[in-house]
Design a binder for this molecule. Structure first.
Ligand code: ZN
Length: 100
């Protein structure tokens, strides 16, 4: 199974756990903000159709991004508006309000 690791503590999580523990989004950048349930560190997760990745923002506007780990995840669909980002995965919908 594909898992994503917390860059701070190294714990590995399934996409479900990532989506359940994420809050806020930046729809224009495809980012959600994940809070690790083990060490409580926050990590940016880039989510797009079929993939998700842990990333570092190299510039404050988020236009320069460094990918830490990227995995292929089937059945991810993303819906975006100016005010929110919704991830649909395995029949569940996860809504994240846009920060800006
Ligand atoms: Zn962690």
């Amino acid at each position: 199974m594909n898992t994503i690791s917390c860059p701070k503590c190294g714990a590995a999580f399934t996409p479900e756990v990532i989506f359940e523990n994420a809050e806020l989004s930046w729809p224009s950048l495809d980012l959600i903000y994940f809070r690790c349930p083990k060490c409580y560190a926050y990590t940016y997760i880039r989510v797009s159709v079929g993939t998700m990745a842990t990333v570092n923002l190299l510039s404050p506007d988020g236009k320069q991004i460094e990918t830490i780990q990227s995995i292929t995840v089937e059945n991810i669909t993303v819906r975006k508006t100016a005010k929110a980002m919704t991830v649909i995965y395995n029949g569940n919908e996860y809504d994240y309000n846009a920060l800006a």
